[in-house]
Design a protein around this ligand. Sequence first.
Ligand code: ADE
Length: 261
Amino acid sequence: MSNSIQHRLGLVFAMVEEQQGLTQYLQDAHTQTVGNREYITGTLWGVPCVCVLSGIGKVAASSTVTSLIQQFGVSHIVLSGVAGAADHGLSVGDIVIADQLIQHDMNVSPMLPKFEIPRTGKSRFDSCSDLSTQLRSAAEHFLANEFAEKISSESQQQFALNRVNIVNGLIGSGDQFINDMKVLAGLKLELPDLLAVEMEGAAIAQVCDDYQIPFAIMRTISDEANDSAPLDFKLFIDEVAAQYSIGILRQFCAQWTHSNR
Ligand code: ADE
């Protein structure tokens, strides 16, 4: 993210609940429909941006990000949203920033090692460490300075958000909402360092790898991928998820603007 005025940030959310309210902060907003999705171009807290709702799943995310790159000329991509916890150390409300992403449902064995993506020679895609560091610092700022004010005390109590952690590591994506401890345990056997499960990040990573676009993926834990996940997930996205996204991205954009002055 070194100096250039040509930068344009693509901001992706899978679901409207993960960004509700964000677009009111977009200045000079202009909406274009491509491939059945609305892309809103404008300036967000000083940063030239294109915001889009991809929809859920790897194909939806891939199609959206390809348009962001090809039709909207974005130079960087960030996704913000929620995920299920895949590590006992994580609780609802914790923030996971991906160092690496894997498609946990990719399996072309025995022709290729399990999880390897054909044509790439890779099972894991690295995110952009610079963008991820900036997201982490924005998340730290949000937790230290805005969290108590922006997240209602009822929500803090309801979701037991007393000591929120930020961790970096492996995020797994698949076309499956995981709500079964046995399924999760099976994944953990093969991927012991897996921190969180979601449905888009590693697809974005693959497209960004194809086009050599730097990207980062940030997820707030909404559930524990167990049998109460559907309910926990719904409550969390309805009440809290967008506040995290907006609070952290506001700080992220402020830092971006500052560093590109
Ligand atoms: N996103 C949020 N929670 C999830 C889960 N349990 N499985 C897949 N994607 C998710």
